[in-house]
Write a protein that binds this ligand. Structure first.
Ligand code: MG
Length: 270
């Protein structure tokens, strides 16, 4: 069943106003947040909620944003998530942390692991230097297709390459090396926002291939919720050795009740 919003229209409007009491955004009063929680098994198997909201997002962006309007596309995704169906994008609040990390690093070659519908890719492209290129790895072919559509509509399809796969299958990493010139010291920036249990194993895979140059920056979303405790412990153990990490205290996307952590880690080499 395709769903464009939170459900029945008048109920949707009532729940939306209830969910913003006193200027706080409270997700438990939104049906779409419950629907996402109920779909968690589907979400962690297929990487879609299961009610068609990813496809609905792509249609919302192409129907409501002028072609080539990158800012408009980013705003439209946030509006869709506040007003219609909440989604597991990095969101506007944590997105600003990502933007600032990219602007500080000034990277030329960036890798994103876990692209979903392309929201963080849009933000990354806006923040990265004009001659930089973003490589996106997304496990779901359906999500990869949606991300490509949204990026193309925003006029930045040529600034990102969306690869379907996972760093855990080796063949995806081989493809990045053979088809996209990844190799030792070629990678300046990584954003990890995929399967939380894969954060540390995938970082180790990247380090084994020595793709990161010293000074490269890795940003990790959702370190508190859903949580990546092994990744956080590793960065704490390596503080001042292989990595220098700043923990950004923030909130889970599209609400202000649940706290989250974004880790920004500079690779010191060695
Ligand atoms: Mg995330």
């Amino acid at each position: 069943m395709g769903v464009d919003g939170d459900g029945e229209p008048s109920l949707n409007v009532a729940m939306r106003s209830l969910s913003e009491i006193g200027g706080r955004r409270l997700p438990f009063l939104r049906w779409s947040a419950w629907r996402m929680a109920l779909g968690m098994r589907h979400l962690t198997k297929h990487w879609q909620v299961g009610d068609g909201r990813e496809e609905a997002l792509a249609r919302y962006v192409t129907d409501n944003v002028a072609a080539g309007d990158l800012d408009g596309a980013i705003e439209a995704v946030d509006r869709f998530c506040y007003e219609r169906s909440v989604m597991m994008n990095v969101g506007d609040e944590k997105g600003r942390i990502l933007d600032e990390a990219i602007r500080r690093a000034g990277p030329k070659r960036l890798l994103e692991v876990g692209t979903y519908c392309g929201y963080s890719a849009l933000r990354t492209i806006r923040a990265m230097p004009a001659d930089a290129h973003l490589y996106c790895v997304e496990l779901s072919e359906d999500n990869a297709a949606i991300a490509r559509r949204i990026l193309a509509h925003a006029g930045v399809g040529d600034r990102a390459t969306v690869v379907t796969g996972t760093l855990g299958d080796d063949h995806t990493m081989d493809e990045l090396e053979s088809a996209h010139s990844f190799g030792p010291g070629t990678l300046d920036f990584v954003f990890v926002d995929h399967d939380k249990a894969a954060y540390l194993p995938d970082l180790r895979r990247i380090m084994q291939r020595r793709w990161l140059r010293p000074g490269a920056v890795v940003v990790a979303d959702n370190v508190r919720i859903p949580g990546a405790p092994e990744y956080r412990s590793y960065m704490r153990e390596e503080q001042g050795r292989a990595w220098r990490t700043v923990e950004h205290r923030t909130h889970v996307e599209y609400q202000t009740m649940l706290r989250d952590l974004v880790l920004e880690s500079e690779y010191l080499g060695g």
